[in-house]
Design a binder for this molecule. Structure first.
Ligand SMILES: [Fe+2]
Length: 494
């Protein structure tokens, strides 16, 4: 797709649309050292960055909401000779295979209807639109591609071949399981959260050992219909955002008639201050609901940890949120509008402190910027960690689409945050930390830049403590579609 595809758009809007619409298909190529600006640090050799996100949103003559785009796995492997191998391909989900064969939308999604109106969109059909497009995490010899409304898809960690839906021996069969997983690296556990919405929301947390056996399970029921995309954990607690939802009756009726979507049929209920729910991990003790100082809608959590019984939670907090326009989605026939997210206030990264036994929390804002995709040391989940990374916007009035990476020193809050901003009309995705195993406070930041106008993506590598120096390595590659979440995989793939 050339940049003339959207001739009436501003350069920024055109760049965003081209990046959202990129569909390079199956890739397997080595980017030689001679094409790389700078040098890939030797610390990274033998490791890889993994990334997942929608790789096909222009389906037939209709634009799917990115939440409904087909999962496209990207693997960036840092080879011992200083080059990089890029592999990318669609996850072979059932709905991908069906729609690739047909060349058009066949399965209704959260936020996308099938062209053809009423009759095509009655109910959701017999096949959920599990596009496995949201997260990617390694567990043993598998990669798990998470999706919000069903089970993750498993892929072979080396060949990247799709194995199929992963039910962990039937434990999560038929359940909506959050795309975000947590790793308790102290106890070598993978933590999953399944949920079912209704007048109350049922959450089931399961902890799996390295043999994929369920070694712990906790089910709780929380009053009201809650929105949950992510959760946090500490050594003794699971942490959920209390994000109340309301049904929009008219939209729900329209949704049932195929004239609206599930995503547009709900709205946030922000009339009250926000809250967190603390769920004890290791006992049947009741859920503790903790009131926050102001309205709060949490999509992504940073880390959480405990300090002498005090629970500390980092979270990206919106004070208002409208469903349906994520990533600038403007409907099935319109270009993406990256100005749409500007209409709502940017999410703020706050540190929430909950004293022992308390039902009210205090919080402090960690940076003036709107921040999302908070990431930190991959082995510090649930533990006090020194550095938090996020995607942000240089202009503090706005957040996504992001043009900057921010790094915040969580141990020394007097230290100014670090910020690195992309060139004009270039966007950046979630930054990942590849920590130095010898020095806890040091390591590298990995992120993908999207330059639609140049038809190029670039993997940039920056020193975590010297972001403002700019990349130590920039690895150019074909334009890849904008991704959601990824993971740094210290184990070699080749
Ligand atoms: Fe997410």
């Amino acid at each position: 797709m050339s940049q003339n595809t959207f001739p009436n758009l501003s350069p920024r809007d055109r760049s965003w649309n081209l990046a959202m619409a990129a569909r390079p298909g199956t890739l397997d190529q080595v980017i030689p050292r001679s094409h790389i600006e700078g040098t890939i640090p030797s610390l990274l050799h033998g490791s890889r960055m993994l990334s997942n996100g929608p790789g096909w949103t222009q389906i037939g003559d209709s634009i799917a909401h990115p939440f409904d785009g087909h999962g496209y796995l990207r693997s960036f492997e840092f080879l011992p000779d200083g080059s990089m191998r890029l592999r990318a391909d669609f996850i072979q989900t059932l709905v991908y295979q069906n729609e690739a064969k047909a060349g058009r939308l066949l399965h209704r999604g959260f936020a996308t209807n099938i062209p053809g109106g009423f009759w095509k969109n009655l109910g959701f059909g017999s096949v959920p639109r599990n596009v496995a497009n949201t997260t990617i995490t390694r567990w043993g010899d598998k990669l798990l591609a998470g999706w919000e409304g069903g089970a993750p898809y498993a892929l072979d960690a080396e060949s990247l071949e799709t194995k199929g839906e992963e039910w962990f021996g039937g434990a999560i069969e038929g359940q909506a399981t959050l795309a975000h997983f947590k790793h308790d690296t102290v106890n070598q556990r993978l933590i999953l959260c399944s949920h079912k919405a209704g007048r109350e929301t049922r959450f089931t947390f399961r902890e799996l050992d390295s043999n994929e056996a369920v070694v712990s399970q906790r089910e709780v029921h929380i009053p009201g219909m809650l929105f949950t995309h992510d959760f946090a954990m500490t050594p003794t607690q699971y942490v959920l955002g209390g994000n109340p939802l309301r049904i929009k009756p008219l939209e729900l009726t329209k949704m049932a008639l195929g004239m609206s979507t599930l995503l547009r049929s709900v709205e946030t209920d922000m009339r009250k201050p926000g809250c967190l729910h603390l769920v004890p991990r290791h006992s049947g003790e009741p859920v503790r609901t903790v009131t926050l100082p102001d309205r709060a809608f949490v999509v992504h959590f940073g880390n959480a940890f405990e300090n002498d019984g005090t629970v500390v939670v980092d979270a990206c907090v919106f004070t208002s949120f409208e469903f349906g326009e994520e990533f600038g989605y403007a409907g099935p026939k319109a270009p993406f509008d990256p100005g749409l997210p500007d209409a709502r206030g940017p999410q703020q990264l706050v540190r929430i402190t909950v004293p022992p036994g308390a039902t009210e929390a205090r919080w402090e804002t960690l940076a003036p910027h709107g921040i999302d995709f908070p990431r930190f040391h991959p082995k510090h989940e649930g533990l006090d960690t020194p550095l938090l990374l996020g995607a942000t916007r240089k202009d503090t009035r706005f957040s996504d689409p992001f043009d900057s990476i921010i790094a915040i020193d969580l141990k020394d809050q007097e230290r100014p945050h670090q910020l690195w901003t992309t060139p004009e009309n270039v966007f950046v995705g979630e930054p990942l930390l590849a920590p130095d195993p010898e020095r806890e406070n040091e390591g590298y930041v990995l992120a993908i830049l999207s330059d639609g106008l140049k038809q190029q993506s670039t993997l940039v590598i920056l020193e975590a403590n010297q972001l403002e120096k700019g990349p130590v390595a920039s690895i150019p590659m074909p334009l890849l579609p904008v991704a959601f979440h990824g993971e740094w995989d210290a184990a070699s793939a080749t």
